[in-house]
Design a binder for this molecule. Structure first.
Ligand SMILES: *Cc1c(COP(=O)(O)O)cnc(C)c1O
Length: 458
């Protein structure tokens, strides 16, 4: 028989999980104001809140840490990382930052001013936060199929090039900070963006004299999907696909906590010296000197190694297959899911799961709470709570997709854990009609409210 694929790694160190009881969880979630971000990690059995910074580093990464150079200026770790970034992206210039949003802060300090417009494909929440905080506007130009959880479109993360061109046509180039394309498209469900779409979006931006930036948090997973789904890439190396993706861009922001498999870190990188120089000043103010920018030498070393491990085909195969394994188990149980499955997470369609809960009662948050109560599984709401209020009208925004995301940390859980998660979701699905009401907001912050919101049950 054909041999199945196995994980291309084995476990060297384990972390114990406390198996809480239902009544403990009932008490803890109340104390947490029904906000899963307020739970302590010991109160969680399977933590699928995020795949960000939660991955397991390899022995090679840990040993690279021992060789970290902690010099303030000119550390060898900086140059090691610079070489890795140049090799994988083609960008000559790079600035370290302590995480992805810090990289965004540095880049947007250069590019975004009040009244600007930043078109893209469903900007990530911190990206949108940084744009709106500067009184600029993030315009979502994602293809319409992204809003349809059952559309089989293979690149649902794509930019709608017509929508993008309309925005570029309707506004002078000075008013458009940049076009930012996020790969994979996290907000649309970890959906990939095709190579041809990246290329065309880049061309279009340049035609209108606008910079084209890639938010590259999951660039390796995106490259994997291009290899699997786009004509002409089946035989290509992941790294070559990544290099081509970046070849169409002027620069990038990176949350290294995703595809670079480190627990903390980020960077910006640029093709031209000009943008790099402008960003350098802000990097020094916000992050630190040019050769460390918020990172220790040891962390830069681990990141350089992680960038290579995250772009290895056997690793990506096992990762994306694990996500699909969880998806297919849940699908077997009849759970309404976003398809095709994303690269880093499975998204449950809460509107279909709890159709009797009105949108004003936050069905996805309600479902996330139920999954926690049922089996200590922590997911995250990607819906109206996260979509926040319109910055101008202060009205709640209700996005097309109202979902619970179960994001898989890299190299952390086994498929047995996935079976457990699927069983938890199934049990809640079987008793979904007993979930009578949703939740309401007791307190919220003026921006990015989902992190700190306090909720009540109706
Ligand atoms: C996580 C993420 C960010 C922000 O990065 P942090 O490291 O969490 O600050 C930005 N964009 C995308 C697409 C992300 O997934």
């Amino acid at each position: 028989m054909e041999l199945p694929l196995t994980e291309p790694f084995k476990t060297k160190m384990v972390e114990n999980i406390y198996r809480s009881t239902g009544s403990e969880r009932e008490m803890w979630i109340k104390e947490a104001s029904l906000n899963l971000f307020n739970l302590r990690s010991e109160q969680v059995i399977i933590d699928l809140l995020t795949d960000s910074g939660t991955g397991a580093m390899s022995d090679k990464q840990w040993s690279a840490m021992m060789l970290g150079d902690e010099s303030y200026a000119g550390a060898s770790s900086f140059y090691k990382l610079k070489d890795a970034i140049k090799d994988l992206t083609g960008f000559n210039y790079f600035l370290p930052a302590h995480q992805g949003r810090a990289a965004e802060n540095v880049l947007f300090s250069v590019l975004v001013k009040e009244g600007d417009i930043v078109p893209g494909n469903s900007h990530f929440d911190t990206t949108k936060g940084h744009i709106e905080f500067r009184k600029a506007q993030a315009v979502d130009c994602t293809i319409d199929e992204a809003g349809d959880t059952t559309s089989g479109h293979l690149f649902k993360g794509n930019v709608d090039l017509e929508k993008l061109e309309q925005v570029l046509k309707a506004n002078p180039a000075e008013k458009i900070s940049c076009v930012i394309v996020t790969v994979t498209n996290n907000t649309a469900g970890g959906q990939p963006v095709s190579m041809s779409n990246i290329r065309e979006a880049g061309k279009l931006s340049h035609k209108y004299g606008v910079k084209f930036i890639i938010d590259a948090a999951r660039f390796a997973e995106n490259a994997y999907f291009i290899r699997m789904r786009e004509d002409g890439y089946a035989e290509k190396e992941i790294r070559d696909i990544a290099r081509e993706m970046f070849s169409y861009a002027d620069g990038m922001t990176m949350s290294s906590k995703k595809d670079a498999i480190v627990n903390m870190g980020g960077f910006t990188a640029f093709r031209e010296e000009g943008l790099y120089q402008l960003a350098s000043t802000f990097n020094i103010i916000y992050e630190g000197f040019l050769t460390y920018g918020g990172m220790s030498g040891r962390d830069m070393n681990a990141l350089a190694q992680g960038l290579y491990e995250g772009t290895e085909l056997p690793y990506l195969e096992s990762r994306i297959n694990q996500v699909a394994y969880l998806g297919s188990k849940m699908k077997e149980y009849g759970i309404p899911l976003l398809e095709p499955y994303g690269g880093h997470a499975i998204f449950i369609d809460a509107k279909k799961f709890l159709p009797h809960i009105p949108k004003e009662e936050f069905p996805a948050q309600t479902l996330a709470i139920e999954l926690y109560l049922e089996g200590g599984v922590r997911g995250v709401e990607i819906g109206a709570l996260m979509a926040d209020r319109d910055p101008v009208t202060r009205q709640n925004r209700y996005p097309d997709l109202e979902m619970v995301r179960l994001a898989l940390p890299r190299r952390v859980y086994s498929n047995n854990h996935m079976d457990y998660v699927a069983a938890v979701v199934r049990n809640v699905f079987d008793r979904r009609n007993m979930v009578k009401r949703g939740v309401q907001i007791e307190w919220e912050a003026p921006i990015m409210r989902h992190f700190t919101v306090k909720l009540n049950r109706f």
